[in-house]
Design a protein around this ligand. Structure first.
Ligand code: ADP
Ligand code: MG
Length: 230
């Protein structure tokens, strides 16, 4: 067996203390294998964002153990966490988070700038990533010259370009109309077929239907973990 991409054991997260204490996660055990496509669902307040922040190494748990791609990250400081994040995870956000007045190509190159990849290789890899999301003809457009669905595909290209171990998407279709939602979900399906590991937070059943596995949270605990039948 290969190492899971995500291995969470007994993860808890408590915000605040005393009277204002909130137990946002109350003991999460979750293992996600390479190549899986997992939707994390749950009502508002169930702990999805808290879990996403921990999986994404944006925050640390209160107790429990987390190994990301075989690296134990429980005791890392912020500097070390940011390195792991940059190497291992491609983020996709509801609001795209593209840099305005900057071409799609430059947006997609950015993670490679942070990783010290030279200009020529950066350009080649960013072009290839934009081709992979079907935007070869929009590379020189700025975000405000693209539709919402196209902007999210640029964000997917940016998430992919550094070849992360994990694509982590937080409500990626939350700001899209139904046609763009379909485009983005079709793209995620292709990436899964190519062997990418995807974790997608969503509160919509018909979005979660696209994943291979659906994990549901209730009140900081996993209440259901099931495989979708195709
Ligand atoms: P979801 O994303 O499923 O809506 P969250 O993870 O955002 O759920 O929140 C889970 C619980 O933790 C909620 O009760 C929320 O109010 C609380 N919570 C989230 N973030 C914080 C914070 N920074 N400080 C205090 N409480 C928080
Ligand atoms: Mg949330």
């Amino acid at each position: 067996m290969s190492t899971p991409v995500i291995d969470l054991q007994g993860i808890t997260k408590t915000y605040g203390a005393g009277d204002t204490e909130v137990n946002a996660l109350r003991g999460i055990d979750l293992s996600i294998d390479r190549g899986d496509y997992v939707a994390i669902m749950g009502a508002s307040g169930s702990g999805k964002s808290t879990l996403m922040n921990i999986i994404g190494a944006l925050d640390v748990s209160t107790s429990g153990h987390y190994a990301l791609d075989g690296i134990n990250i429980d005791d890392l400081d912020e500097g070390a966490l940011s390195i792991v994040r940059n190497r291992k995870i491609g983020f996709i956000f509801q609001s795209f988070n593209l840099i305005p007045r900057t071409s799609a190509l430059s947006n997609v190159e950015l993670p490679l700038v942070y990783r010290g990849v030279g200009r020529r290789e950066r350009r080649q890899r960013a072009v290839a990533a934009l081709e992979a999301v079907g935007l070869a003809d929009r590379m020189h457009h700025q975000p405000n010259e693209l539709s919402g669905g196209q902007q999210q595909r640029v964000a997917v290209a940016r998430a992919l370009v550094a070849e992360p171990s994990l694509l982590l998407a937080d409500e990626p279709t939350g700001n899209l109309d139904s046609r763009s939602t379909n485009d983005v979900l079709t793209l995620m399906g292709h990436l899964h077929d190519q062997g990418r590991t995807i974790v997608m937070i969503t509160h919509e059943d018909d979005v979660a239907d696209h994943a291979g596995r659906v994990v549901t949270l209730i009140d900081g605990l996993i209440s259901e973990d099931r495989r979708n039948t195709a």
